[in-house]
Ligand binder design. Structure first.
Ligand SMILES: Cc1cc2nc3c(=O)[nH]c(=O)nc-3n(C[C@H](O)[C@H](O)[C@H](O)COP(=O)(O)O)c2cc1C
Length: 249
């Protein structure tokens, strides 16, 4: 079993084999105080937003908490846990449920500006299917009506699932944003930095601090920095056997 202290030293470049990268990413809870250079962070954000997303609607946002005052407050709002106490950087990873309509329009606009000859299904997808799939209406009435209609269709033929209420829209945004978070953590590792994803935080207070809109859901906070040599407290990587997780059908 691999332990954190037997890991090879982090490389100075972002060029690493995929296998090595995945193996080296560990949740680190003790960081050195040095900050991560802005160009490295920006590169990692660029890698994050290359993640796939449902309907390519890219519901993620990343709030890089930079000022000393806000970083200090984040330590409190992440419950003063180890990975927050020493963190050099805090990134609040947010999923947005209210931007899909705007982004569907922007995607069409971008395609038109690039003078790409839009295939008809693509056009129909963003003009018609996307609004049909995600419009909820007041009190999610349209979402529940759609669910009823799809349920009836499903009796006769396969029919996909779309979010029927705000809670399912949140799950919709969290799915894609989580993939971007993983890209971000792997990208930082490829630059020789480490991360810890956090679920232990006060979402209400962080939303207030960042003045996030109502449709924002905090998916996770990622703390990051250079791994401290004493980061051995959490021990070896532990995974249950593949037979628990992988099935053939
Ligand atoms: C969404 C998410 C939330 C997590 N929350 C915390 C947390 O609040 N505190 C913490 O110390 N680790 C947290 N972790 C890290 C996990 O404990 C860690 O990924 C797991 O133990 C496996 O270790 P590894 O990442 O080094 O492979 C979180 C991980 C994820 C993906």
């Amino acid at each position: 079993m691999e332990t954190q202290n037997t890991l090879t030293p982090p490389p100075a470049t972002a060029d690493m084999s995929f296998r090595q990268l995945v193996n080296e990413r560990r949740s680190v809870r003790s960081f050195l105080p040095e900050r991560i250079p802005s160009d490295v962070m920006q590169d990692c954000f660029d890698m994050a937003i290359l993640a796939p997303s449902v309907s390519n609607l890219q519901p993620w946002q990343f709030y890089w908490v930079k000022s000393d005052k806000n970083r200090e407050e984040m330590r409190d709002l992440c419950m003063r846990q180890e990975a927050a106490n020493t963190a050099a950087e805090f990134v609040v990873c947010v999923g947005r449920t209210g931007l899909w309509r705007k982004y569907a329009k922007l995607i069409i606009q971008q395609m038109e500006e690039a003078q790409l000859d839009l295939p008809k299904p693509f056009d129909i997808y963003y003009h018609k299917i996307v609004p049909i799939s995600y419009t909820l209406g007041p009190l999610s009435i349209l979402g529940y009506l759609r669910e009823f209609l799809f349920w009836a269709i499903r009796v006769f033929r396969p029919m996909s699932h779309t979010p029927k209420n705000r809670s399912e829209m949140r799950a919709w945004a969290i799915k894609s944003t989580s993939l971007a978070c993983q890209n971000f953590m792997l990208a930082l590792r490829a630059h020789g930095y480490d991360t810890c994803a956090l679920d232990g935080f006060d979402p209400t207070r962080i939303k207030r601090m960042l003045k996030l809109p109502r449709d924002a859901v905090i998916v996770m906070v990622i703390t990051a920095g250079k791994r401290a040599p004493d980061d051995v407290r959490f021990g070896p990587r532990l995974r249950l056997g593949r037979e628990n997780f992988v099935f053939e059908a």
